[in-house]
Design a protein around this ligand. Structure first.
Ligand code: UDP
Length: 357
């Protein structure tokens, strides 16, 4: 590891202010990475949309209209820029101050940062936090992958394989948690949890259906990104034993989560990673997930949870019945080691040193 410290400029997601929940897992990813690298003596600055808040971390706030989220768009979608795009404003700011930094860390899954890469004088580490969504973005990422080898970081191998240029991606991991923030619980009550953005690609309805069949209460936490979708679930399952707790800050989230017997992850899409999985593990909560995308690389079947046939409610129910077989301390151990903030910080720091040399 080089002795010199890096000055790192983090470019946040343009789909929402940090703290709003609209950015999904990237918000926690940025917070944890910034704290970890700062504790290692690196200099960190964050550029994010106006209204962003991240505890004690300082943020350069940039006005402008938010970008549309990629997961709601079709593969053939054109690139859309609003009249006063926060994304362009953020990258104009980055360009103006780039010479005060050694490296830019891009977390925006959008066309512009990839297109702009050759116009910058300092290296850009692109953190790609979704699988293939829009062909035009794939093309822009691939161009950078070819011209700037090693600069495309992805969370998991399965995610990389959604791109035609999978072999050009570096698997750097999706995130890491600070175990001190999550309180371990080895005496759960008879409830289940589901966490995430409430949006169709997350298929919350499958978890609700499984909870209804088992009769176990399902605590739901997360940003309601698609109110019509949420209304339809409530309409379709009027008698399901569900309780919506809102979009909770991390401290409250882990308090509500830690006492649950298991957490359900039911993504319909190929989830790139799944921050909520490692948060559950940190509390000692086993995860039952479809064997698809990132969660299938996080969960060890039979040890830290169960991987079930994708889209199978019966599979979820069978796994729920087996939750007592899991030793919750194995879950916590995985979060303290492989999925810790320190382990992920090291992986990312090594990547940065390779690019900044
Ligand atoms: N989350 C939160 N409060 C809630 C529910 C979820 O802060 O009430 C956060 C959670 O900590 C996680 C993110 O929402 O960081 C969801 O990220 P994930 O990677 O699971 O999915 P994504 O939204 O990126 O697809």
């Amino acid at each position: 590891m080089p002795d010199s410290k890096l000055r790192i400029l983090i470019l946040s997601t343009p789909v929402g202010a940090l703290g709003s929940g609209l950015g999904g897992g990237v918000e926690l990813t940025i917070a944890n990475l910034a704290r970890e690298l700062r504790s290692r003596g690196q200099t960190i600055e964050i550029i994010a949309p106006t209204g962003s808040q991240l505890g004690d971390l300082s943020i350069i706030q940039i006005p402008g209209e938010l970008q549309l989220t990629a997961q709601t768009q079709a593969q053939a979608a054109a690139i859309i820029m609003p009249g006063d795009p926060v994304l362009a404003n953020m990258w104009a700011k980055a360009r103006a101050i780039q010479h005060d930094y050694d490296l830019i860390f891009n977390t925006a899954f959008d066309w512009l940062p990839f297109y702009l890469t050759p116009f910058f004088d300092i290296p850009i580490a692109h953190f790609v936090s979704m699988g293939s969504q829009i062909a035009a973005i794939d093309t822009a990422i691939e161009r950078v992958a070819i011209d700037y080898p090693g600069t495309i970081g992805v969370c998991t191998r399965t995610q990389a394989e959604t791109f035609s240029f999978a072999e050009r991606c570096c698997v750097v991991g999706g995130s890491g948690v600070d175990p001190a923030v999550y309180e371990y619980c080895d005496r759960p009550d008879n409830t289940l949890a589901w966490l995430g953005r409430i949006s169709p690609e997350k298929a919350l309805e499958d978890a609700v259906a499984a909870a209804e069949r088992t009769g176990m209460k399902l605590k739901i936490m997360g940003k309601i990104q698609d109110p019509d979708y949420w209304a339809k679930i409530q309409h379709d399952y009027p008698h399901a034993p569900i309780e919506y707790l809102g979009f909770l800050p991390t401290h409250e989230l882990q308090q509500a989560l830690r006492t649950c017997k298991g957490m359900l992850m039911t993504p319909r899409w190929i989830e790139a990673f799944g921050n909520v999985a490692i948060e559950a593990l940190a509390c000692g909560v086993p995860v039952i997930a479809y064997r698809r995308g990132g969660p299938a690389e996080i969960i060890t079947d039979g040890k830290t949870g169960f991987l079930v046939e994708p889209d199978s409610i019966a599979g979820l129910v069978t796994a729920i019945d087996r939750l007592d077989e899991i030793d919750r301390s194995d879950c916590r151990h995985a979060a303290e080691t492989v999925f810790s903030q320190a382990a992920w910080g090291s992986a990312i720091e090594n990547w940065f040193y390779r690019l900044a040399k």
